[in-house]
Structure formats: C-alpha cells, structure tokens
Design a protein around this ligand. Sequence first.
Ligand code: SF4
Ligand code: SF4
Length: 419
Amino acid sequence: EAVADVEIERFGAKDVKDLSWQSLMDAYTCTECGRCTAVCPANITGKLLSPRKIMMDTRDRIEGVGSQLLGINIKADENHTLLEYYISKEEIWACTTCNACTNECPVDIDQVSIIMELRRYFYLEEAGCTGTLNAAITNIENNGAPWQFSMEDRMLWAEGLEVSTMASQLAQGKKPEYLFWVGSAGAFDDRYKKVTREFVKILNHLNINYSVLGTEESDSGDIARRAGNEMVYQMQAMMNIEVLNGYEVKKIITCDPHDFNTIKNEYPDLDGNFEVIHHSQFLQQMISEGSLSINDGILKGKKITYHDPCYLGRGNKEYEAPRSVLKALPAKNIEMGRNKQFALCCGAGGGQMFKEAEKGDKEIFIERTEEAIGTGCDIIATACPFCMTMMTDGLKYKNKEEEVKNYDIAELVSMSLSL
Ligand code: SF4
Ligand code: SF4
C-alpha cells in the first residue's frame, strides 16, 4: 500500500465523525434538562461554556451530517464543523474538567469527553492552546516541570530533612516499601513545598520505609493531557513508568490528586501498574490503625471547612479519607453547602491553573472562596496543590488572609503533632 493511500488518523475530534459512538449516542440521550449547566462552575461564573449546549450542538451537527448522507439536504455545509461552527474555542478552553456535569446528569452522559476530544484536535492539529498554558507545556517537555526550573533542582525542597532517594537505597541493596511521589507542584511551588516538607516529617515520625525519585522524577504529564497535548503526556508517562518499573516500585504515595489520578487510572494503559495512595488515605489508615495519635490541642476550638479537590472527590470517589483525618483533630468541622460529589471546583483543573480564565463575570476561585468564608470557618483545609493556590488567592482577593487560613491536611496533622 502506498504511503499516500494510508489515511492518517486525526488526533482528537474536529467534527462529529471523529467522535466515539458513545458520544454520538449521548447526544441523542440528552433530555436537555440543563442540570449539568446549572452546576458547571464555568457557566455559573458567566463563561460561554454550557455542557448542555455541547450535547445539543453535537446532536444538531449529527442531524446535518446525517441528512447530507441521506441526500436529504445535500447543500448542508461541509465546513460547518462541530468545532468552530457550533462550538467555539472559548467554550472548550473554559472547562476545568471538574466533572460536575457528568456527576449531575440523570442519564449518565459524558459531556467532558467531547470537550477533551475537541481540545486534543485543537492542540495537536491546529494552534496549540493559549499562550501561558502553551509555555507550561513547553516547560514540561524541556525541563520536566510546568515552570522554568531545572530538573537538577527537584530535591531542593528537602533541604535539611532526612529524605533518601531510590537510587541511594538501591546502591545499598535496599528496596523501600513506598515511593513518595512529590510531583511538580510539591517540588517547585513555594507554598506547596511547605506541605511536602510537613508530610515528609510525618512519614519520618512514623518510621515509614519510603524514598523519593529525586532528580529522576519528572512531571506526570497530567497538565499536558488535560490541555489536549497527548504527545507530551505520553512521553512524560512512559519516561516515569520506565524509571518506576526500573526500581520495581509497587506502592506510591502522593499529596497531589492530579498525579494520583493520572498514575492510578491512566498509567496502567502504558504498562505502569502501581498501587497509588493519596496522602489523605495514608493518613486515615495511620490514624485508624492507631499508629498516629493526635493529642495536641493546638487546633482546639478552630472551625475547619474542607474543600474537595475534583480529582480526589468526583474523580476517584474519595470523600471520606480527608474528612476522617480532620475528624481526628480536636477541631470543629463544618461543611460548605456544595460538598463531596456536589463540591464546586476551585477553578484550577483542566489546565486552567496555567492560563488566564476565559471571559466571564467572576473568577471560579472567588465564588468558591466566598462559599468557604460563608461557613464562618477559621481554616479552609485542602488536599491538593492547585486548590491551595486558588483558595489562598481567594482569601487574598477577599482581604481575609488574617482571619481565615488555608492549610493542607498534612500541615494540620503535622501541626497537631508539633513536628
Ligand atoms: S467538567 Fe466542569 S467546567 Fe467542564 S463542562 Fe463539566 S461542569 Fe463545566
Ligand atoms: S444533565 Fe444530561 S440530560 Fe440534562 S442537559 Fe445535561 S447532558 Fe442533557
């Protein structure tokens, strides 16, 4: 077969013919009830995106293509593709991939997979994504992190702490039980580096047999994948899997729900099979086994509200572990109105962390921070580096930094243990 005769597969979807049967059937299943749009953080804050419209547009375009195929409407315009004519770039780039829409839909429609396919097409076949997100992905490609830091500096967060690397353990013929996956934010984000340090202090306090990859760790590729850059994602994933398999890693602990989700649910497609544990689950286990007892009264009387990270909560149905860790503290826990599977996204997912928000009348992080402040809490507890950035920015924006603090659950535990 001549090379020219081979039809080259298109990346992602530009039109309905590129979508899966599942997505096409979803478009016909939609009852147009609008429940998805009512909970969509992008829509709530005035952005153009409406998951209901995504489904209706898909159906309209199928009808157009269908009538053309049947010869009913042969003049239907070939160029009226799903992306651009029906659904604009602004709509697809407003999505935080929070999955509130899929969770809410009474007929189990997956609106996000259509948005993701359109993003993939746009990223790989056309212009890439918006400037700052593009830059973050170029950084991942060049230096293994979304920011311009050298991979050589990936262990600087650990200065002054006792943390061993897998390489040093292997050199001594040892194989640690756990690999602590630090993640790009855990290694380079100034605020989250503090969380990484506090979590490591807890691991050391418990005498856990663990190591890190250190300078051998590279970005998980999650951000690239959410932005639609499948190529960079796969390169990152394969590189990390090779290193992890090289050390025969079996169990991975991480504080980052995005990396947790990617390594747990997406690396297996590329032969990366690990037991992945979020730090909230690990802490819950230690508390329930009685290994970690918290007696210190430093948080006594404080009111804490917990913000569910989308990729831990809706993405992996983990609502209880962080809550039971917080319950073990001598503080009062109060819930926001939108919690657990109904929690509002912080606004940072789906690559939004690295780009300007699309046009709207409010930033999502402000909407969520207002809800948290509205509980009358003293502390907003988070369990994700991106949620932390958003909540901290929200508190600054609302001038509430003095009255309300934002801590990761690992920091609260470490604080209560006076580590
Ligand atoms: S995933 Fe979230 S932001 Fe994206 S369409 Fe669904 S509800 Fe809206
Ligand atoms: S919630 Fe489901 S059925 Fe209702 S409009 Fe959205 S996609 Fe359609």
